[in-house]
Ligand binder design. Sequence first.
Ligand code: ZN
Length: 83
Amino acid sequence: MTTWKDIKDGLCEVREHDRSGVYPAMGRSYYNINCPFCGVSTRGYVWSIGGGKRCPGCKAMHDSIGQTHKLRRTVSAPRPRTS
Ligand SMILES: [Zn+2]
């Protein structure tokens, strides 16, 4: 579970995410955010995204400036061989 402390401490991998804004005439504007780590899309309301929006798929944190942060130790990557 990525937290803001992890982000500040530099423990996270950062990737740019794709998002598109939806601005209904009535109601609250939001973004559709595609997670660059797991591909799950989620909806982040414009009024609340300043506090971050958590990915429901991998628990990475989408921020308000178009980046997604994920704890490095939870990123699946091939391990170097130690033989
Ligand atoms: Zn994700």
